[in-house]
Design a protein around this ligand. Sequence first.
Ligand SMILES: Nc1ncnc2c1ncn2[C@@H]1O[C@H](COP(=O)(O)OP(=O)(O)OP(=O)(O)O)[C@@H](O)[C@H]1O
Ligand SMILES: [Mg+2]
Length: 148
Amino acid sequence: MKTIETVRLENEAATEQLGANLAHRVRQGTVFLVGQLGAGKTSLARGWLRALGHEGAVKSPTYTLVEPYELAGQVLYHFDLYRLEDPEELELIGVRDYFDGAALCLVEWPERGRGFLPEPVLRVDLAVTGTGREASVQWLAAEASHDN
Ligand SMILES: Nc1ncnc2c1ncn2[C@@H]1O[C@H](COP(=O)(O)OP(=O)(O)OP(=O)(O)O)[C@@H](O)[C@H]1O
Ligand SMILES: [Mg+2]
């Protein structure tokens, strides 16, 4: 069953707060962060990682494709697939291992990895509206996988 919530985000702090809230609701699986350049995907990921105890900067791994984290006993991978030329490159860097385990994967630009990513448990669409953003949060996994 799909559950969609729409959230208005007035500033960057609100985007980070949404990420923090979601961090406590999903521990495992793949999360798609969708939206145009500058929509707030990395801001949401930053809030997510900080909520689990990460201190310091969170840069989008645009050139490295993925940045690993281990926080609060949880393995996380933050992907940015913007520069991916061909989804098959994901096979070459061995992403199957990243997605197969008990890790939580945050994926910016998931559309660039089409065909090589697992089904997401959660998808967040971010859109620019005025000076702020609007987020559409879509739960795609079975009800049991998150405490909604
Ligand atoms: N709710 C918001 N309202 C206004 N500005 C925001 C909001 N959320 C994030 N921003 C700002 O938008 C800018 C871009 O944010 P961010 O880098 O997170 O976008 P992105 O979607 O990751 O972009 P890219 O596609 O380049 O990776 C930043 O300056 C950030 O502070
Ligand atoms: Mg980004």
